[in-house]
Design a binder for this molecule. Sequence first.
Ligand code: ADP
Ligand code: GLC
Length: 479
Amino acid sequence: MKIVHAASELFPYVKTGGLADAVASLSGALVERGHEIAVFVPGYRSVVDHPDAADAQTLLRPKIEMGDTFMSGEIRAFSPREGLTVFMVCRDEFFDRRHPYGTGERDFEDNHHRFIFFCKGVVETMRLLRMNVDAVHCHDWQTGLLPLLLRYAEQRHGDILAMRTVFTIHNLAFQGVFPMRSFYRTNLPEELMGIDGVEFYGQMSMMKAGILFADRVTTVSPTYAREIQTAEHGCGLEGVVATRADELRGLLNGIDRSVWDPETDPLLPANYSIQDLKGKWTCREELLRRHGFDPDFGGPIFGMVCRLTTQKGVDLVLANREFFKRENVRLVVLGRGDPELEKGLRELAAAMPKRVVLSARLDETMSHLVTAGSDFFLMPSRFEPCGLSQMYSQVYGTIPIVSRVGGLADTVTDIDAEGGGTGIQVSISPEGLLFGLERALRLHKDKRRLVEVQLRGMRREFGWRETAAAMEALYGDEE
Ligand code: ADP
Ligand code: GLC
């Protein structure tokens, strides 16, 4: 099959979180299954400047209709591997910025224009290059308008642009809601401004557009598929999601073992495997050394790599500062995000410089070292559509401490469960997390059981086979 993906992130070219990894590894898995894949991304500086894009070709310089004006764009493409082409929708005014979405403090004010432009760039490219594909797979709100735009482009120009559209919700908490007055930039019929269209409390919602108008809707785990139909996790869109409940599929993300495998990972100071865990100790020492801790420290190391948000339960960790004061443990946090949470962690690290450290930056190499060198990986999320880090940590022999929501519930079983699990489940409260931290201390003292749990995690595969096969069914005519 020929499949187009459209997303605002793609590893290794642009990444703020799991979306980048998920889109890259799903497209890789589909290529391996013999399909021809094109991925459209905005032409951010980091993509355009990436070495893989050095020999990118300009394919088109379309004039893109944006309401009552036309804006010029440039479509460039390169092929990082056989079967895969990356298309960059470029316009420097929109995408030549250091961050994809905002300044760190707040979102860019023209995000609606940027992503309307991006979606239209995809449609124009498909139309002008006569890309006849089986399906167009859109990811998250940044591409939510694409199913509608494809449908109306067909009506206007008569070309069949795709047999199918699939929309995947990676995180319903980010919805792309903008003032309705920007709707005219889409050039879509005015009747879509109503409640049966893109309207969401008087504004326009790009996420709602994707959910309502794609032929098929998926999200990234079975549990999250159920959760987003409830008021607690539906973020106001539960009613809209429920209208698609019959078609909504919760398909678990896999992980890319060519990037995340302790046996081959080139970003680690030493590799290791189920047969020989020695390298994990080297990673541990290096992690401690890099953060100014005694490399011989033998107690438990808690690692955390995430966007610093309440989603990830960073506030629950902060609420447990007494634990980190009291116990002889280490806490290594790698993450950026909410300024308040960052400040809280900074203060914690300043109060306990020998125990706690925060690296407030994006650092792919360090994320691998924290995952490999820690004993426990903290992920007490309030909600988690899928979550990749808890899968990475399990295959790296690092025991995840997770809440029982979304993909975390689907990928981690508790060590006390029958048959033995691979992680520690906690309830979502400061006390719930504290109880989990204390269980971790006990497990760490019981070295035999600790290794048993580690090895059980390392044996897990988290592959793409089932999800890729289910996607193929959605792309084709079988469903
Ligand atoms: P989410 O998509 O909600 O952020 P996931 O668990 O799906 O959560 O994916 C997070 C991804 O982002 C992981 O690959 C993780 O290693 C990475 N990541 C998060 N923060 C950082 C950081 N500061 N530096 C490097 N990688 C990070
Ligand atoms: C989102 C979710 C995360 C998921 C990722 C990839 O960022 O927050 O849970 O793993 O998308 O699907």
